[in-house]
Design a protein. Structure first.
Length: 300
């Protein structure tokens, strides 16, 4: 059963804000319908097709050795699977990995090393400084309802319970106004991780990320990725607001994202937007080692 997500957003449109430029120059993204869909592999045969396949199987078994016939059948099945999986990868829209077949191959290589349980918090790290996260000062409320369905690695997207466009635009305004009010400390621009979408950056990062990126918001599904203290990652997961990125697994392979990289689900209401902004504050504290308050823009 396929899952369909229709957005009033062009996922292919680049961020309208150049890196560290004034957010006053930005405009709302264009409104274009986009569908993010993941289709299962389905092969439907009518009567003539069944007859043709049966004849081919009989002829193949008689003309070829059993091993060769089995290899042909297996190869045909594999080609169908890869074709379907590749098109599902493309349907996730633009992300940090090129929407090409080499990009698809790279993602499947990384998938072998990906985190198997994104809802399992990071293991304790005694070398992390500071020892405790900032969200324990003001714990998050529990998110209402079940978690959305999340698919993909790079890009990683949610395909259900998507947020409203009004909340998405209010979130963009919040980040842009925060950058304008703290221009000597933070800036906005195109995400360094995703190469698409609006990102918030620390000008003088304390913890290393991609060019000091604090967070970015996805144009397609309105979810976010951000870097958080391990304690705050645990709080976000346990309260139902997000999950670990699949490439935060602890293995010998060097991953393209930090181990604290976390997905936060798209806000569905003004109240959820306030909580998401609280999590962004925690991300800003982790990256820059400074606490800064976000003034949440009204949802209109």
């Amino acid at each position: 059963m396929s899952t369909t997500l229709t957005q009033a957003e062009a996922s292919t449109a680049p961020s309208t804000v150049d890196f560290f430029t004034s957010p006053k120059q930005s405009v709302d993204p264009p409104v274009i319908n986009v569908t993010i869909r993941q289709d299962p592999l389905i092969v439907t045969l009518d009567g003539p097709s069944i007859s043709a396949v049966t004849v081919l199987l009989i002829v193949g078994i008689n003309l070829l050795q059993p091993l060769a016939a089995a290899l042909v059948i297996g190869l045909a099945t594999g080609i169908l699977f890869v074709h379907n999986d590749y098109h599902n990868y493309l349907k996730l829209g633009p992300g940090g990995t090129p929407a090409t077949f080499p990009g698809y191959i790279r993602i499947n290589w990384l998938k072998l090393w990906a985190c198997r349980d994104p809802l399992r918090p990071l293991p304790a790290d005694p070398d992390v400084e500071p020892v405790a996260g900032v969200l324990r000062k003001k714990p998050l409320p529990y998110r209402c309802g079940p978690r959305p369905r999340v698919v993909g690695i790079a890009p990683q997207r949610q395909v259900s319970q998507f947020g409203s466009r009004a909340c998405y635009l209010a979130l963009r305004r919040t980040l842009e106004e925060h950058s304008a009010a703290n221009a000597d400390q933070v800036g906005v621009g195109t995400s360094c991780f995703e190469k698409h979408g609006l990102g918030l950056f620390a000008l003088y990062p304390f913890n290393k990320t991609c060019q000091g990126e604090i967070c970015h918001v996805h144009d397609s599904d309105h979810s976010l990725h951000m870097n958080l203290h391990p304690d705050d990652v645990k709080e976000v997961i346990e309260k139902g607001w997000g999950e670990r990125h699949p490439l935060t697994s602890q293995c010998l392979l060097k991953m393209p994202v930090p181990k604290q990289f976390t997905m936060v689900y798209a806000p569905r209401s003004p109240d959820e937007l306030k909580v998401v902004c609280q999590i962004i504050e925690a991300a800003g504290w982790w990256v820059s080692a400074k606490e800064r308050k976000l003034d949440v823009a009204p949802v209109v």
